[in-house]
Design a protein around this ligand. Structure first.
Ligand code: NA7
Length: 542
């Protein structure tokens, strides 16, 4: 008689279910399974690991964090064996890194690929989560941990006529694996956020014609990407502990510190020289040139004017330059892009900028894009129109807590969360980099590792002390919401009225500033204090 095969696919009951196999899901699995000895499974909609880096394969996709900071710190061996080839890693290389991590820690055997979670319901009597996948399978676990990313729910604007378009249209966050051949094609690019700004120069170099549809002009600072040498890596590896300490001590989790000087501590000449040096050095650290750029509008204006002057200097056609420099928000109040030849791209003969603030897109036609004053024939439309950020991926699933209460209902007025980690009414649910945590305002791996470590420590504590449930209290979530609002209000960030930080890019989404702007280092301390005080703000049950 042949033995009944009890393979992984037949198992349905776990200690923990993790949704998503990106940066956070991979580390969460390793942490729960290999450190705490829990039975855990990761459910992943894609056919491979990588999350954001699996889906975002558009031309020019690369990370804005410097490569030596964009990696896990939990394994010194991993840290020593991996070398990035450039100052900013490109998407294929990041995907290779995450595949390497999956192999190195033997994670694949506990990941179910091609498995999209459609719903999750908390069964109070059994104290278990019932997770249903798109193919109708039901898996159960005591703990449910969402590792779904902050920018994974693509936002394709509801422009009339899209179905009529006879060419090809693509969202950058769902880029075809086989790539897109732009040769000889007329391409329209809608969106000038970080993604559009990365993609435009690469598409322009490949296509016959590129038309960029700009609704909101944006700042951008040169990335100054460059290959990295063995020598540089030797230095970085020898000092990794120090680099990690820096990253944990700064508000944004990057490898640079923010200068301890005000814009107004220096003369205008000194200020210009500081900006010039920061521009030459390139990258996100431009915003670290002065300590008050994100809190004082007058200080910010000086950076804004510097960048606008650079745009006017780079872009030869004065009308195009004026359109690009007509920026309506403070510098870095929206996620600040960094680029490789973005503004220079508008000097090419095959690139046109169209102002769709002045004459909005009216509809998509069979032939292309029609604005209120012209029609643009196109073969390919690229939507670099962003994401239903932070709450989108969570609310795409039907998550139900105590008494069948739905997360969509609980968050109708905006996300309600304690520390961005736990939601009242949803016991034993943890949301990695959830709304209310620093997440997108931080170098993501730093934010992710802190959350995974905190969640893992909480679960370890529960197991050690015989606790069965952990659940954020409504009072703690209310108080935390006030702190999130206060932290945002102390900065210029809410002044960018169309930003996805505020949910403003998705029609009908509540206007709530979602990430915690008080800084990663401060947030880490708060989380440590919460844990040290017996998980203050969390109801613990036996
Ligand atoms: P973003 O930053 O949300 O940018 C989306 C862009 O698309 C932005 O310029 C939008 O203009 C534009 N957009 C959105 N809808 C439309 C319509 N209907 N018409 C014209 N233009 C539109 O997304 P990204 O993918 O660039 O970046 C997301 C994050 O990924 C990034 O910040 C990094 O953290 C990584 P708007 O400003 O709304 O007027």
């Amino acid at each position: 008689m042949r033995p009944i095969r009890r393979d992984h696919a037949a198992k349905t009951s776990y200690d923990a279910i993790v949704i998503g196999a990106g940066f956070s899901g991979l580390y969460q699995l390793h942490s729960l399974r290999d450190r705490l000895g829990l039975s855990a499974v990761v459910l992943e909609a894609a056919d491979g690991v990588g999350g954001t880096w699996y889906w975002n394969r558009y031309p020019g996709a690369r990370c804005d964090s410097e490569s030596y900071t964009y990696s896990y710190s939990f394994s010194p061996e991993l840290e020593q064996e991996w070398e990035w080839s450039e100052r900013y890693p490109e998407q294929p290389e990041i995907l290779r890194y995450l595949n390497h991590v999956a192999d190195r820690f033997d994670l694949r055997r506990d990941i179910r690929f091609g498995t999209r979670v459609v719903s999750a319901a908390y069964d109070q009597a059994a104290n278990r989560w019932l997770v249903t996948t798109q193919d109708g399978a039901v898996l159960t676990a005591k703990f449910l941990i969402t590792a779904v990313g902050c920018l994974s729910s693509a936002n394709v604007p509801d422009i009339p006529g899209l179905a009529d378009f006879t060419g090809t249209w693509i969202h950058t966050g769902n880029w075809p694996h086989e790539g897109v051949d732009f040769a000889g094609k007329r391409v329209g690019l809608i969106g000038t956020g970080s993604t559009g700004i990365q993609a435009a120069p690469v598409i322009a170099a490949a296509a016959a014609q590129l038309t960029v549809f700009q609704r909101t002009a944006n700042y951008s600072v040169p990335a100054r990407n460059a290959p990295m040498s063995r020598e540089e890596w030797r230095g970085i590896k020898a000092n990794y502990a120090e680099h990690r300490r820096t990253m944990r001590s700064t508000p944004n989790g990057h490898g640079f510190t923010i200068a301890d000087r005000s814009v107004f501590d220096v003369t205008p000449g000194e200020r210009a020289a500081i900006y010039e040096a920061a521009w030459e050095k390139g990258g996100l650290q431009f915003r670290a040139a002065f300590r008050d750029l994100l809190v004082d509008k007058a200080a910010n204006d000086t950076a804004a004017e510097f960048i606008k002057a650079k745009i006017r200097e780079i872009v030869k056609d004065p009308a195009t330059a004026a359109m690009l420099a007509d920026i309506d928000h403070p510098y870095a109040a929206k996620r600040p892009p960094i680029d490789t030849d973005y503004f220079e791209t508008f000097n090419r003969g095959n690139v046109t900028l169209v102002d769709v603030r002045a004459a909005p897109i009216a509809r998509i036609t069979a032939a292309g894009v029609r604005t209120e004053d012209a029609e643009y024939p196109l073969d390919i439309i690229v939507f670099a129109t962003g994401f239903d950020a932070m709450t989108g991926p969570l609310l795409a699933m039907d998550i139900r807590g105590r008494d069948g209460a739905s997360l969509r209902e609980a968050w109708r007025g905006g996300p309600w969360s304690y520390l961005g980690l736990g939601v009242p009414g949803f016991p034993n649910l943890f949301t990695i980099t959830g709304p209310g945590s620093p997440s997108v305002l931080c170098n993501m791996p730093v934010a992710i590792e802190q959350h995974v470590d905190w969640i893992s420590a909480c679960i370890a504590h529960m197991r050690a002390t015989g606790l069965e449930t952990v659940e954020a209290t409504p009072e703690a979530a209310d108080r935390w919401g006030e702190q999130v609002n206060a932290a945002a209000a102390a900065t210029l960030l809410p002044q960018a009225s169309s930003s996805w930080y505020l949910g403003a890019n998705v029609p009908g989404k509540p206007r709530v500033f979602m990430p915690y702007a008080g800084g990663m280092a401060r947030y880490r301390t708060i989380c440590e204090e919460v844990a040290a005080e017996g998980y203050r703000g969390m109801a613990l049950g036996r």
